[in-house]
Design a protein around this ligand. Structure first.
Ligand code: HEM
Length: 213
């Protein structure tokens, strides 16, 4: 039972925060919203709802997800690791049994690896998808961790994120309240979240009202 509770906690809080960050980034870049909706209209069509089977056909949305997880990896220090043997990493001795935190948040913003690292730019993942995947073998991009203790829910996380974001963007147009800009300030903890929850106003964009029933 405890294990089930942990799974549902890690699974829901991480995924919902990740989607909220993606929406906040999208709201601050109208051209990203436009391109994502164009892709959805082309692949899904305005007379259909998004199906789970559609999510592999949305490369631009996939790039949005990757870029959002780059700038806002929801577990910014992964989970604490603990070496079973003393080892040397990059010239530093890591004694057996110490707690090791890996600052993936900082690595994902390293200007030596990323061009304009603070810019939300999904395009950077369109041409280099194979280079930056989630396998954790490239230690410049690993939002789900790396190695044997990496995220056990990657496949589910990816599906939930893509399905939810695709549905939100396909079914609705989104506006910010008047004179408001999205506030992307982060609140750090084990799980990173938006400091101030995102407020956005939806308007239906599909022609058939039955699709919303
Ligand atoms: C966007 C969503 C998610 C992100 C970014 C994420 C990220 C991570 C990260 C960074 C770790 C630690 C890896 C490490 O320290 O090397 C982790 C561990 C874990 N995640 Fe996720 N996760 C997400 C969603 C989920 C979901 C949906 C589930 C399951 C339903 C899940 C289950 C787990 C479990 C069980 C662990 C512990 C694995 C272990 O210690 O062996 N996660 N996750």
């Amino acid at each position: 039972m405890d294990l089930c509770r942990i799974w549902s906690w890690v699974g829901t809080e991480t995924s919902s925060n990740a989607v909220e960050f993606a929406m906040a980034e999208i709201m601050s870049k109208p051209e990203v919203l436009r391109k994502a909706q164009e892709e959805l209209d082309e692949v899904i069509g305005k007379n259909n709802m998004v199906q789970e089977s559609d999510i592999n056909k949305l490369p631009y949305l996939y790039a949005i997800m990757k870029e959002s997880l780059r700038l806002h990896p929801v577990l910014p220090l992964l989970v604490p690791h603990c070496p079973s043997q003393t080892c040397t990493v990059g010239g530093y001795t890591i004694p057996k049994g110490v707690r090791v935190f890996v600052n993936v948040w900082a690595i994902h913003r390293d200007p030596k690896v990323w061009e304009n690292p603070l810019e939300f730019n999904p395009e950077r993942f369109l041409n280099s998808c194979s280079k930056w995947d989630y396998a954790g073998s490239d230690l410049s991009y690993f939002p789900f961790g790396s190695g044997r203790r990496s995220c056990a829910g990657i496949a589910m996380a990816e599906r939930m994120f893509m399905f939810l974001l695709a549905t939100l963007l396909h079914c609705f147009d989104w506006k910010l309240p008047e004179r408001k800009k999205p506030d992307l300030s982060e609140k750090f903890g084990i799980v990173i979240k938006l400091k101030n929850p995102l407020v956005v106003i939806p308007a239906p964009r599909l022609p058939d009202p039955k699709l919303y029933e």
